[in-house]
Design a protein around this ligand. Structure first.
Ligand code: SAM
Length: 292
């Protein structure tokens, strides 16, 4: 073996050993982080068990909401449409995790008779302190008026929200107007999440055969109205940015020029780290150091 070859192999071995050493140590740190993460995720798991089998937000979406709140730390959340309170509880569990925040959630009086009701689920989970449920006689738009009115008369103690989840009527008439109202109640940088972007009356098992829907024009029945709100109202507002849309959800942000969030920042609000991705990052770092 030539001397150059020998030094090359020795050098290679040293580098290899250093990487293994770094990975092993990093794994230990990562495992500890994982334990901590398990503690973090525990509250989500408790709530998930309580909510098992109750409509509407499935656990995988509940986890997205939960992670979003852990990372973005909104101190005031507005929810339009809670029914049993499933989405509300996932959000409340995250607030419990960060240790502060309040959810004001609005539905109709009929939600009082849901089985289980939001009150039952809040009692079961012990998360009552984070949630104020409002029962509207007719519509949340009227309840939003009251918050706007109170904000106008009491400008020193305005209620402004950092996140609003709109999961109620899903139609042009109510939620188009709700967007206008909610806008008056959002801080700059606040997020809105629209649920059921592609929902239509004609696809709704519960509503499609009602007289109310039968009276609608064909295009009103067949058009996803939340998508219309996004395209014709939200996208056309200069101070709103549509961050992502998938088959169910649309994430939107109220921006001002100073606070413009970029797509990659937004995505990082959902990323959960894993040992695999941590190691990949570490190897990348080592590689870049070695090539310097
Ligand atoms: C899909 S459910 C909400 C589900 C809940 N966000 C979850 O994921 O667990 C929609 C709710 O919106 C409510 N809703 C629809 N239109 C409304 C309106 N105009 N005012 C108040 N509540 C409304 C309904 O009563 C229903 O309970």
């Amino acid at each position: 073996m030539e001397l150059g070859d020998f030094y090359y192999r020795q050098g290679y071995k040293i580098v290899e050993k250093s990487i293994i050493f770094a990975i092993n140590h990093f794994r230990l740190i990562s495992l500890n982080c994982r334990k901590i993460k398990v503690l973090f995720i525990l509250k989500f798991e408790i709530v998930k068990n309580i909510l098992d089998g109750i409509p509407h937000t499935p656990p995988e979406d509940g986890l997205l909401l939960y992670n979003f709140i852990l990372k973005s730390k909104p101190s005031k959340i507005l929810e339009l449409g809670f029914q049993h309170g499933v989405s509300t509880l996932y959000m409340a569990a995250a607030l419990d995790e960060i240790g502060f925040g309040e959810i004001i959630t609005i539905d109709r009086q009929s939600a009082l008779h849901e089985n289980p009701s939001i009150e039952t689920l809040l009692n079961k989970s012990g998360l009552n302190q984070y949630v104020k449920a409002i029962y509207a006689n007719y519509s949340y738009t009227w309840e939003l008026m009251k918050i706007i009115r109170d904000n106008s008369t009491n400008q020193n103690e305005q209620i402004l929200f950092d996140f609003c989840f709109i999961d109620g009527a899903h139609n042009w008439e109510t939620d188009g107007f709700s967007f206008f109202l909610v806008d008056k109640l959002l801080n700059d940088g606040a997020f809105i999440l629209f649920d059921d972007v592609y929902w239509t009356y004609s696809k709704s098992e519960g509503l499609k055969n009602t007289d109310f829907v039968k009276q609608m024009s064909i295009d009103e029945k067949n058009t996803p109205q939340v998508e219309l709100i996004l395209k014709l109202l939200v996208a056309q507002r200069e101070n709103y940015s549509i961050l992502s849309v998938n088959e169910r959800w649309a994430w939107v942000q109220k921006i001002d020029n100073r606070n413009k969030i970029i797509q990659s920042d937004f995505e990082s609000l959902f990323i959960q780290t894993s040992i695999k991705s941590d190691i990949k990052k570490l190897l990348k770092k080592i590689k870049s150091k070695l090539t310097k």
